[in-house]
Design a protein around this ligand. Structure first.
Ligand SMILES: Nc1ncnc2c1ncn2[C@@H]1O[C@H](COP(=O)(O)OP(=O)(O)O)[C@@H](O)[C@H]1O
Ligand SMILES: O=C(CO)[C@@H](O)[C@H](O)COP(=O)(O)O
Length: 518
């Protein structure tokens, strides 16, 4: 797992960036149990104390590098969406009385009723999803209420699973936070409310009036409203930083904690999306998001409350087989080297001579399919491709899926459309060239691939003035504009329009359950 920090000054210049990488295979964490399949990012749970320890490590590192905590006027943050943290009875008292002499993970070691927190990678809650949709009258009805049909990784279904398998653990839990509100709670020294935007990734919040849906709460577990607390606009100031940080690290008592949110909403803020833009994050998962005014929930994709403007919304598509899938093909076909991987993209032709593929090592979210499926130019299924063709088929396939599913959501590419790319793979220009070609649209990046972190620094500044109706766009208008990285090749549309049609038709063949609602 990773923990990242970005600090900006009043001129919005990035003054500090830090990444701490933690390996869940460390012996001290192995004793926590949980499912560790190969590497830290393929887990479906994460030891919550490890997150706390990562925060201890990063704060100590900043302190020893001379970071001036006293200058921080406001802080905010983001967490991977949908994960949840379960605070045991009595934890509130400990959280409110943190001793500045101890690292956080020591004070909080007995605070969690579930030591391995479920995270977004989990897809084991199909029966809870089925029952939630049934209770409200179907998948579309649930989407109308909460912005999404039932998804296995969404928090309501994860809570329902914990309640049904371990009712005594659920009963011992006094508070349930998302990863984002969990991290905010650590800084606040108190339980932090869930913000509207991350809250809308739970299958529990009514996206129209931003209140919990009592029908959904009751369908998941009893007494849930009390355990979740209330929700707040994403730009709310939650309070001042806890005395612990003032005494141990020298923060100013005036430093404000602004509501934390999900990683994708935070990226939307960091990328300063404008109408017509499309943001694509190529992180562990691939996500695609849009700023929208009118929500039109469907049984594919998600509508979330907008993190920077409470009257607006964002549409989100999530693809589970993102960087981890690219890494696997890089290791199999390019000796583990991104340079070699990129060379394969430049040495093969746009459109891959009609060869295309679907690459889903794990059950995909959009579309619901699994396995590796390769087709030659005559639409015949083939068992393998030469290495270079394999690499291009993977990248073209990933981006064709994004365009097809974004268009299904009603998105139209217009002459002024820009793609704003972020996440680790946005460092790779050859990958971005394929993205530009498939969408026939120029691709821009911002100076950091850590757009979620940067977005939270912007949101922290905005939080200080949000109550006076100043918009985030106004606050960050002096920040550097996105940089043009690649433009589409002249023949892009001619090559990809017919391929996109073929890809969409072939997708039906690889779906796990073509008759399901999505
Ligand atoms: N040059 C590169 N080309 C392609 N992918 C890359 C490159 N550099 C890093 N990545 C990918 O970026 C991923 C990490 O992205 P990041 O945005 O940090 O992830 P997260 O979503 O966990 O925050 C890694 O898994 C790696 O596969
Ligand atoms: O499930 C989703 C969005 O719905 C994922 O996007 C998670 O939010 C994880 O993000 P990354 O760390 O992979 O960017």
């Amino acid at each position: 797992m990773k923990l990242k920090v970005t600090a900006v000054d009043e001129q919005l210049r990035v003054t500090y960036e830090e990444n701490v990488h933690f390996d869940t295979d460390l012996p001290e964490f192995r004793t926590q149990g949980g499912v560790y399949v190969h590497s830290d990012r393929l887990t479906v749970t994460s030891p919550v104390l490890m997150w706390v320890k990562a925060l201890d490590v990063i704060l100590e590192k900043m302190k020893s590098s001379g970071f001036n905590f006293a200058q921080v006027k406001a802080l905010s943050g983001a967490g991977q969406q949908h994960g949840s943290v379960y605070w045991k009875e009595g934890a509130h008292h400990i959280l409110k009385n943190l001793s500045p002499d101890l690292p956080l993970h020591q004070s909080l070691k007995a605070c969690f009723s579930v030591s391995d927190s479920p995270i977004w990678m989990d897809s084991s809650t199909a029966s809870q999803c089925f029952s939630l949709e049934k209770t409200v009258g179907g998948a579309q009805q649930l989407a109308n209420i909460t912005g999404s049909r039932a998804y296995e990784r969404f928090t309501g279904n994860q809570i329902a699973k914990i309640y049904s398998q371990n009712p005594e653990v659920y009963i011992q839990t006094e508070r349930i936070t998302l990863v984002s509100s969990f991290a905010a709670s650590l800084f606040l020294g108190d339980y932090a409310p869930i913000d509207y935007s991350d809250g809308s990734g739970m299958n529990l919040l009514q996206i129209c009036d931003k209140r919990w849906s009592m029908t959904c709460l009751n369908a998941c577990a009893p007494g849930l409203e009390e355990k979740l607390g209330h929700t707040v606009p994403s730009s709310s100031v939650l309070g001042s930083i806890a005395p612990y940080y003032i005494q141990r690290y020298g923060f100013s008592p005036d430093c404000k904690v602004v509501a934390f949110t999900g990683d994708n909403p935070a990226s939307l803020a960091g990328m300063r999306l404008e109408e017509g833009d499309i943001a694509i994050s190529l992180g562990t998962s691939d996500t695609l998001f849009l700023w929208i005014q009118e929500p039109m929930p469907a049984t594919e994709g998600h509508i979330l409350c907008n993190p920077v403007d409470s009257r607006a919304y964002m549409a989100l598509l999530c693809f589970k087989n993102g960087s981890l899938m690219r890494e696997r093909i890089r290791d199999d076909c390019a000796s583990g080297s991104w340079d070699e991987f990129s060379k394969a993209l430049t040495s093969t032709v746009t459109g891959n001579n009609g060869n295309l593929g679907f690459y889903f090592d794990v059950m995909e979210i959009t579309p619901e399919a699994v396995g590796i499926h390769r087709f030659n130019k005559d639409n015949k299924k083939v068992p393998d491709f030469p290495k270079e063709v394999e690499i291009r088929a993977l990248i073209e396939g990933q981006f064709m899926a994004k365009r097809i599913h974004a268009e299904k959501l009603g998105y139209k590419i217009m002459p002024k459309t820009r793609i704003l790319a972020t996440g680790g793979a946005s460092h790779n220009k050859e990958i971005l060239q394929v993205l530009a070609d498939v969408f026939n649209t120029p691709v821009y990046t911002i100076d950091t691939a850590n757009s979620a972190c940067l977005g939270c620094a912007y949101r922290a500044i905005h939080g200080l003035v949000a109550e006076t109706s100043v918009s985030l766009a106004d606050v960050v208008k002096l920040a550097p504009a996105p940089r043009l990285v690649v433009t589409p090749a002249a023949e892009a549309d001619e090559v990809y329009l017919p391929l996109l049609e073929r890809y969409a038709e072939l997708e039906q063949k690889v779906l796990c359950n073509p008759t399901s609602s999505g």
